[in-house]
Design a protein around this ligand. Structure first.
Ligand code: 13P
Length: 248
């Protein structure tokens, strides 16, 4: 049985002190959640978050991982480093990484492989730009990104992957995709996965929606048959707001 997964992507927010406070506030509010609850915090907050979530149902995530096990890659972090800090999930290929830091389908694929080979679970992000949507290219773009990210990954690898569909124009803009649009695009993603891995594997894959998801729209989005969770930016930075999404 697959379980919905709501993950907070804190992006570049929260110091150690703030991390401690936010998790302390959040834990009691989400303790009865039916879904899996994850917080993806900045690297520097991982150890603090690891301590703060002890004894709770909150799981720990990071926001990127390098493809090499170690070496001369200034500014990067390896899967083993994350594992040591008890990280379970890692976001890969977020549109902000693709837009501002040159992340490509190939680098997303390499990072994803490294993550799952090391025993981490990957939250792989895909999503179209506004121009692409307006040009009617949404399906083409997300299918290309999905195929690229999953290249060379077998069925057992797929089990360690969650896909997050985040239309770029909906991120941080307050403009959410309609529940129907999100559902339709996620169905397209699932169809692409079915082509690669078959029906059962595609059905078992969890696909999240992300992009201005919040306390107000979470239940409508989560009610859609194809949507298995959410990747939450802004609304994950306040305990009360994030808890409302988790308890949709
Ligand atoms: P917002 O929820 O702030 O739109 O961000 C979504 C996102 O990018 C999550 O990864």
């Amino acid at each position: 049985m697959k379980r919905d997964i709501i993950a907070g992507n804190w992006k570049m927010n929260k110091t150690n002190a703030e991390t401690k406070e936010l998790i302390k506030e959040l834990a009691p509010l989400v303790k009865d959640a039916k879904c899996e609850v994850v917080v993806c915090v900045p690297f520097t907050d991982l150890d603090t978050a690891r301590r703060a979530i002890r004894g709770t149902n909150i799981k720990l995530g990071a926001q990127n991982v390098h493809w090499a096990p170690k070496g001369a890659y200034t500014g990067e972090i390896s899967a083993e480093m994350l594992k040591e800090l008890k990280v379970e999930y890692v976001i890969i290929g977020h549109s902000e990484r693709r837009q501002y830091f040159g992340e490509t389908d190939a680098s997303v694929n390499a990072r994803t492989k490294a993550a799952i080979n090391a025993g981490l679970k990957a939250i792989v992000c895909v999503g179209e730009l506004l121009e692409e949507r307006e040009a009617g290219k949404t399906a083409e773009v997300v299918v290309r990104q999905v195929n690229g990210a999953l290249q060379g990954i077998d069925k057992s690898g797929l089990k360690k992957i969650v896909i997050a569909y985040e239309p770029v124009w909906a991120i941080g803009t307050g403009r959410t995709a309609t529940a129907k649009d999100a559902n339709d695009t996620i169905a397209i993603i699932r169809k692409a996965v079915r082509k690669l891995y078959g029906k059962t594997a595609a059905r078992a894959l969890r696909i999240q929606y992300g992009g201005s998801m919040n306390a107000k729209n979470a239940s409508e989005l989560m009610a859609m048959p194809e949507i298995d969770g959410g990747l939450i930016g802004g609304a994950s930075l306040k305990a009360e707001d994030f808890a409302k999404v988790v308890n949709y």
